[in-house]
Design a protein around this ligand. Sequence first.
Ligand code: SF4
Length: 291
Amino acid sequence: MQDLTKAMIELIRRTSTDLPGDVVKRLQAALDKEEPGSAAHGALETILKNIELARENSTPICQDTGTPIFYVHYPEGWSTRRLKQQIRDAMEEATRLAYMRPNAVDAVYDRNSGNNLGGDDFPYIHFEEVDADQPLTIELMLKGGGCENVGAQYSLPNNELGAGRDLKGVRKVALDAVHKAQGNGCAPGVLGIAIGGDRGSSYYASKEVFFQKMDADSQDPTLARLEQQLTDEANQMGIGPMGFGGKSTVLGTKITGLHRLPASYFVSVSYMCWAYRRRKMTVSGDEIAYD
Ligand code: SF4
């Protein structure tokens, strides 16, 4: 089996220092909508300048380099044990090279490991087997801590919000989460919403949607309509970039649906800040491509 450690270091470097083009495009469109001279316009200008500098200098886009979340789609026959070791080695080296800040803190003893490795689950790695003739793909998302703090989960019905077990109820709780965040978690960002599942699967699914590109609307026309509606309504709240007021509170919304038990109806809302760092590498034989 190939040693992909170096290629994985490059994947981490690109993810941490070079924001994907589709995200930058949305941020530029948000800037164009704001009044020149307003605080919102200034905040977006600063964000876009930071993104450019980070790319030019290969330095992290944000000092919070986020929780590393890897999704590995491996062809039958590859060793997940070795892939995991290579990912961990790559993370340690990428931290030494300052592409990542050492951000893994033991929650019980309050000690920073210093190398972004912690226990068995930091970085988080999810493996999925694919057919032997498929390429190996490794996706990486760096999920900021501030935006993670404003994520929310609702158990419907929610009487306080008047939210029942239907899509109208989903709309109400999703907008409630945006209202409560009030720009914290570094707006403008992206909403990731999972409807259904249990508490655990629902939260995971609400983050998995962030691996999709910004313009990939849901295949389900009902959910695609709700995605557009929530983006428009959130942007009418006037919260704006970093909560300074303005027209750009979210850059987009992604929704997925899961099966649930008749007894429960969870809605999980994850929030991804403007530092929407996700990248993918694909390995076919000796060829390695990055997206
Ligand atoms: S929420 Fe995002 S932009 Fe804000 S500090 Fe964290 S990683 Fe940086």
